[in-house]
Design a binder for this molecule. Structure first.
Ligand SMILES: [Zn+2]
Length: 317
């Protein structure tokens, strides 16, 4: 079994690293960010590695850390975080990290399997969606939808939480993290205003989206776009024939202009729906992941790219 091998490999690493950590940091107590336990004072041996689960979250951490921490993502760009299968190297990364930043709300179901075995004594865990108000976290009645970051207002909350977490890890530089976060939040406020102006250029009857997976639910709600559903309830969970037929009928009845998807998913169902409903497709949105170009290497760049693609398709589709 692969899992068994991973566990064995991990346990070996754990024994070695725990032993070292016990020698070097015997006065430090283990705790998680966001608990009521007091912040840890970390010594010179402290790790400067922050692990985010996705490249998008890593990019937000980067805007706050500004090089003071090494920031890595577990899920590579172009890979769906919902269906990611953790690698043995992820356990090693977590073992050496000071902080793990995850989205939560069901996005990284695979993470808890490895975290239950990857118990680095000093690893702190920041669950970003936990910082959103309770009402926001339960707005989708059907199932938990984790894609809060695609609403730039919620992304600002994420940035504030990241700033607080880095400040707890590295108190001498806490004011710098607050300042960096303030600058990013200003950029996100400008982004929000720009998105509103862009969406306002779409004729109201065209302001509706059908997506491959349900990433744009919060974005649509923020900007008054009708979210008419998604092909899959979650990546890896294909629809039944009846569900798929119902979505085609809805796309036709509502005269939906375009179907939106991401490059990491198969085009089969996307093309089938687009052909059946006679609508165009946009298959290069970046939502769970950064892209490979310079513009697609930041959260703000990704959002501007996506919004332009969405607005173009809905205006002209
Ligand atoms: Zn997703």
């Amino acid at each position: 079994m692969i899992l068994d091998n991973k566990r064995r490999h991990f346990l070996f690493v754990l024994v070695i690293v725990s032993g070292l950590a016990a020698c070097a940091q015997s006065n430090e107590s283990r705790h998680s960010v966001g608990t009521s336990r007091p912040p840890t004072t970390r010594g010179a041996t402290s790790s400067k590695d922050v692990i985010a689960t996705t490249t998008i979250l890593a990019a937000l951490v980067q805007t706050v850390a500004q090089g003071k921490f090494r920031v890595h993502a577990l899920v590579p760009a172009g890979v769906s975080p919902e269906t990611y299968e953790p690698k043995p190297r992820d356990l090693v990364s977590l073992e050496h990290a000071a902080l793990l930043v995850e989205n939560g709300a069901g996005l990284e179901a695979w993470l808890h399997k490895i975290l239950s075995s990857a118990g680095s004594p000093n690893l702190q865990v920041l669950v970003l969606s936990d910082g959103l108000p309770q009402g926001i976290r339960s707005t989708n009645n059907l199932y938990a939808n984790p894609h809060y970051w695609l609403d730039p207002i919620y992304a600002q909350t994420y940035v504030e939480e990241i700033s607080a977490a880095l400040g707890r890890l590295d108190a001498p530089n806490a004011s710098e993290y607050r300042s960096n976060a303030g600058k990013e939040i200003s950029r996100l406020q400008a982004l929000d205003a720009w998105i509103r102006r862009q969406v306002a250029t779409i004729p109201p009857q065209n302001q509706a989206m059908i997506t491959y997976h349900d990433a744009w639910y919060y974005f649509d709600r923020r900007y008054g776009i009708r979210d008419l559903g998604s092909i899959v309830s979650s990546p890896g969970k294909d629809p039944s024939a009846a569900e798929f037929a119902a979505l085609i009928a809805k796309a036709r009845a509502k005269h939906v202009r375009a179907l939106f998807a991401e490059p990491e998913f198969s085009l089969k169902l996307i093309n089938q729906l687009a052909n059946s409903a006679h609508i165009r497709t946009v298959t290069d949105l970046y939502d769970d992941s950064l892209g490979q170009t310079a513009q697609l290497s930041t959260y703000e760049g990704v959002m501007r790219y996506d919004v332009k693609a969405i607005v173009d398709a809905l205006k002209n589709g």
